[in-house]
Design a protein around this ligand. Sequence first.
Ligand code: CA
Length: 543
Amino acid sequence: MITRRAFALGALAQLRPKPNILLIATDDQGYWDLGIHGNPVIETPALDKLGAESVRFRRFYVSPVCAPTRASLMTGRHYLRTGVYNTRFGGDTMHSGEVTIAEVLKKAGYRTALFGKWHLGRYAKYHPLRRGFDDALHFSQGHLERYTHPDQLNWNGAPVEARGHISDVIADSARSYLLANHGQPSFCYVAFNAPHTPLYAPDTYAEKYLKKGLSYSDAHMYGMVSHMDAAIGRLLEAVDENTIVLYMSDNGGVSKHFTAGLRGFKASAFEGGVRSPLFVRGKGFGPRVVDAIAAHVDIFPTLCELTGAELPRDRKIDGVSFVKHLRSDAPADPDRRVFHIWDRVAPSLKSNALGIGGQRYKWVRGQLFDLDNDPGEKVDIASKEPAIAAGLRNELEAWFADVTKGKVFEPVPIEVGRDDENPVEIQASWATVSEGAAYTFLGYDWDSVEKLGAAKWKLEVLRGAAYEVRVAYALAPEAGGASLSLRIGGASVEARVKPSAGPNVFAVSSVGTVKLSKGACVLEARATKAEVAINRIWLHRVS
Ligand SMILES: [Ca+2]
């Protein structure tokens, strides 16, 4: 039976405007790279102020590296369920069947926008505009090659170039977006890429920390954080009082000057690798510090509860809403677990970064720590508490079996022949290389497959048609010319290529036109000379 009071409260809730959501994520900023977390050197006045006004989670956990956290943030699910298993080589693609927080908020009446790093799929099918975002100024890679005047940005489907430092570009574009009145509640996801490498802080910011005796890399990281902090300060000025602001990082820290007594860095399952700041500011929340553990997967259900958006019912959502911790001093859930796993090749129970934590105890690759008494994970108590260690390990194994069930960890096929992605650019990093072939990563623009051997790319040809094949390759002048052949499904094309200016200078050459039939196939590149390196291949539909 609905009481009159409950009915009246329900009606009131409908009248109250839905809160705007501003979700700020930074990149490789450690738990410790903040003044409010006790760092005596770094200057972060805007974030410290935000933290003091917020509900601040002391133990908020993210994945050990970038793309996994972003997948969990977008879906509320452990990343291994979502198709993401790596930060590059195509393993940073979130399957198109995943439902994102932007999609559910859009359904609930929100206008949605992304500013900054996406890192969940570079091809058109996986573009943020197809994942629930109405607007997106984004880049897809794990980092940008250029932090000033970045040229790898995309605004609503078209490549754009920008002036200034990327942190300013991201913050000021998001600020303009917030200041424009869209006439509906907004969800704005602002994903900075500072202080991720390449280390590039504006001079005055880096110099300040170099003068204080920090190493070159720490001075630049601190400089990037302080510079970003100023940009976040400007962004927060554009926020109205009906906005819930969340701030977090995407993995543990990299800087070494001050580590808040925590063990490990980015890519590790120790606290330093997986603990992130989390501040949540909103009307009726805190300010307070929460000791209960929480994780990136919780953001999705929390935002659903705060906005009245509906959780997807057809799949497992791993996170739990932490709204109760925002509104009151609620006790921690003793059965809550957070899971940590990361491996550059493929996830396994032998991965270097592997762990499971509860409110008090944490198991990391056979070691057990009592975080209440040993937050620095210094004393392994596995032999003293074998039952606790075994229990956690069993839970982790069951979890691993569940999240990897039926999953294949290899790049998704690259779609060929789309109208909105013609030509399609195939990167060296997506190749499966074997038989003596080698892959070199020198930044996303400069990666290459060398000693071609049998480099293979999986394709999905959407339309049977003629395609022109162009290749960016390097071949040293002293090697003379070479013959380059590409086999795509049943078709093949071959051409003589001239040397480029040097072994690390890529030249672009057309290899010919090939007729492809619709369907899945494999692209294979071979050369008569071992010295040929391939940087990129373009397939341009011409019929
Ligand atoms: Ca990161």
